[in-house]
Write a protein that binds this ligand. Structure first.
Ligand SMILES: [Zn+2]
Length: 407
């Protein structure tokens, strides 16, 4: 069967819902926290030279831009039952190229040309250096797209918060561009002190943050469900992390050749007003919001919250189905989903939150819901009589019901 027929069969078999295989991504400059349910002996399954696996990408059509990465690193596979019962797989990216209108809908394909959101879990033993993702005008100069991102910290994955559950955001009000330039001038003299110009916020499981492009951030050690625009553009502004140097190359890798020593250009990549905003928390903190009156939905066996909202490019929900409940939930757009607690059924699929996953093995925790199935409503059964069934759902730029602003 060719890709088109395989995808058609998958859509038919799953009544509009596709099963995805877990997609693991290593990072050679970070240390994994070991909280993604990947078996400990598999944390370095790709070899120590490739780095530990600290990310799991969800419903991804984005290639991981890692040195030495195989062609399909970062890309999600759809699992299809072949004619003889054997498992076949197709890249979600190829499935969308072939049947985008069926998976995402005509409007989305016309307007965006594909699935333009990248969702992942990341799990690091130490914080990430203070960095930003270029705004549109700077990203475009290097042939890339800007990258706003949002974080949510699922309670279920954060019983252990790691050794630094704080994230630095932006710059202290009153910081000047000269202050930042001085840090960049000191790059090779050890710690350039950029964090002295910033402040850290205590991360709270069950809440999140929305960080547009151009804002500096140094994520802490909570396991993070990150929803972002699909792009891999960044600039690191911190020269040392926990005693190890960060190369200047990571500051200028997405800076045009002629500006790589141009501190004015580099500092201009910072959205100054947004970084020194005295009301930073008020403008970026995400408190989950119920999608409907919770007293009503609880009577019907569930609770649902917007956990990522206020951005045009993406949104996300957390759905909790109570023990022994059956619910049918409608959404206005296609989405990827991952089960983080409990077990039961979603449409025709058995689902469960895994306890331990071997590298390369399939799971029952990740699905993709096509637009028609989402609109018709997906039936979810929590088969436990004790434990909640909890699901995170990630949407692209096309969900009209997502709240537009944070307040
Ligand atoms: Zn980032």
């Amino acid at each position: 069967m060719n890709v088109e027929n395989l995808v058609k069969k998958a859509v038919e078999d799953g009544a509009g819902i596709l099963r995805l295989a877990p997609t693991w991504v290593p990072r050679d400059f970070l240390t994994p926290g070991g909280r993604l349910k990947l078996a400990p002996q598999d944390l370095y399954a790709l070899g120590v030279h490739r780095g530990g696996i600290d990310e799991r990408w969800l419903a991804s059509t984005t290639h991981a831009d890692n040195p030495g990465a195989p062609e399909d690193e970062g890309l999600s596979y759809v699992i299809v039952d072949g004619e003889n019962g054997e498992k076949r797989k197709v890249l979600l990216k190829d499935a969308i190229s072939e049947l985008g209108e069926v998976l995402l809908g005509k409007d989305v394909m016309r307007k965006y040309g594909g699935w333009t959101v990248l969702t992942k879990f990341f799990d690091n033993a130490s914080p990430i250096p203070h960095h930003l993702h270029q705004m549109e005008k700077h990203a475009r100069l290097v042939g890339q797209a800007s990258k706003p991102e949002a974080y949510y910290f699922p309670v279920q994955l954060n019983v252990i918060e790691g050794r630094f559950p704080y994230t630095f955001f932006g710059l202290n009000p009153g910081t000047t561009k000269e202050d930042v330039k001085r840090c960049l001038q000191r790059w090779n003299e050890g710690d350039n002190g950029i964090l002295y110009l910033s402040r850290a916020y205590r991360l709270k499981p069950g809440t999140g943050w929305l960080i547009p492009a151009g804002i500096l951030h140094a994520p802490g050690t909570l396991v993070t469900y990150e929803v972002q625009k699909a792009s891999d553009v960044f600039a690191m502004f911190q020269s040392m992390l926990e005693g190890r140097p960060v190369s200047w190359e990571l500051l200028v890798k997405n800076v045009p050749e002629e500006h790589r020593d141009d501190l004015d250009y580099i500092v201009d990549m910072i959205d100054w007003e947004a970084n020194v905003d005295p009301e930073f928390e008020r403008h970026h903190y995400l408190e989950p919001r119920f999608t409907e009156n919770p007293e009503e939905t609880r009577k019907n066996g569930y609770e649902q919250k917007w956990i990522v909202y206020g951005a045009e490019e993406f949104s996300a929900k957390e759905l909790t189905v109570f023990p022994k409940s059956t619910v049918t939930i409608r959404d206005e757009a296609a989405y990827g989903l991952v089960v983080i607690q409990g077990h039961g059924r979603i449409g025709r699929f058995t689902v469960e939150a895994p306890t331990m996953i071997r590298y390369g093995e399939l799971t029952n925790d990740e699905l993709f819901v096509t637009v028609e199935a989402a609109k018709d409503g997906v039936t979810i059964i929590n088969e436990s009589n004790r434990e909640n069934l909890v699901i995170l759902k990630h949407f692209g730029p096309s969900n009209p019901s997502a709240p537009k602003s944070l307040r």
